[in-house]
Ligand binder design. Structure first.
Ligand code: ADP
Ligand code: MG
Length: 281
């Protein structure tokens, strides 16, 4: 799935394009740009009755069967479910790598349902930073070259790109590894480079698919700590996982079974305290 970063998008204007005009149902917008930290929250994600049917010849599989939820700016949400429950399908839709068969999906107020390939590549590049289980770094490129890639697609100038890539690597604690290639870094460090790459374009959403799935437990803890730090800094995070420890590190767990949502669980306060889960919907 290198396509998520390798897709060439039309350059967004400086500072990113304005929010789309299609804003679902009274969502407070108008914060301008990302608007983190102050003022009313806005919805980053809204799904209404999303379905996805895969058709292969005469066979069809209903992978998502009417999924509705929303995620506000600054939330840290995990999407958890067993194998075959529809997580990857949902991740592809949330990540604008695929479109629903039915229902509607707004990302940052933009209706994704009507978009063609070029528009999808554009919204992906402007609004989403991806983190994958297998890091998806380019082996021949140094850490900072990997991190600057989304900025190339966004049309950012060379010196600005280098500066921002180095700053993103510093933010994930790798300021002393900018010239290392992936093969010269540990798994945990490679995943932190991938997180820096996800951050560098200042996206509305960081979307991580099993981000610790390929890591030893110490590196996994480091990456989870980094996710918590990003949340504390006001980022909107969605983590897709089958791992309950990874899932419950988030503020809210959205559970999926057989392509439908099970009741969500609000994880309040200190996730290490394992509070009694409160069913919120
Ligand atoms: P998960 O990531 O939770 O394991 P998936 O989203 O990959 O679940 O799959 C959900 C269901 O959709 C499964 O029954 C799977 O076999 C089916 N599915 C996934 N991708 C395809 C596809 N491209 N074509 C047909 N069926 C698919
Ligand atoms: Mg999957």
């Amino acid at each position: 799935m290198a396509g998520a970063v390798a897709s060439v998008a039309e350059p967004a204007g400086p500072g990113g394009a304005p929010l789309g005009e299609m804003v679902p149902m009274g969502v407070p917008v108008g914060l301008g740009g990302l608007g983190r930290g102050a003022g009313p929250t806005r919805e980053v994600i809204r799904l209404e009755n999303v379905t996805k049917v895969y058709r292969n010849g005469v066979l069809s599989v209903a992978a998502l069967r009417g999924v509705s939820f929303s995620i506000d700016e600054g939330e840290y949400v995990s999407i958890m479910g067993p194998s075959g429950s529809g997580k990857s399908t949902l991740m592809h839709i949330l990540g604008c790598l695929d479109v629903p068969t039915g229902g509607r999906y707004w990302l940052g107020g933009e209706d994704v349902g009507d978009m063609d390939e070029i528009a999808l590549a554009d919204i992906r590049n402007r609004r989403i930073g991806f983190v994958f289980q297998q890091f998806n770094l380019l082996a021949s490129m140094t850490a900072w070259r990997n991190v600057e890639l989304p900025l190339i697609y966004a049309g950012v100038g060379r010196s600005d790109r280098r500066q921002r890539a180095i700053e993103a690597l510093e933010r994930v604690g790798l300021g002393d590894r900018i010239q290392h290639r992936p093969g010269e870094l540990s798994g945990g460090q490679q995943q932190r480079v991938a997180v820096a790459r996800a951050l560098v374009g200042n996206p509305d959403l960081i979307l991580a698919d099993e981000p610790t799935g390929a890591l030893d437990s110490q590196s996994a803890d480091d990456v989870m700590q980094l996710m918590s730090d990003l949340h504390a800094a006001g980022r909107t995070l969605v983590v897709i996982t089958h791992n309950i420890e990874v899932a419950t590190a988030a503020e809210r767990v959205i559970s999926i079974r057989d392509g439908m949502l099970a009741p969500s669980v609000q994880v309040s306060g200190d996730p290490t305290a394992h509070p009694a889960p409160e069913v919120v919907r």
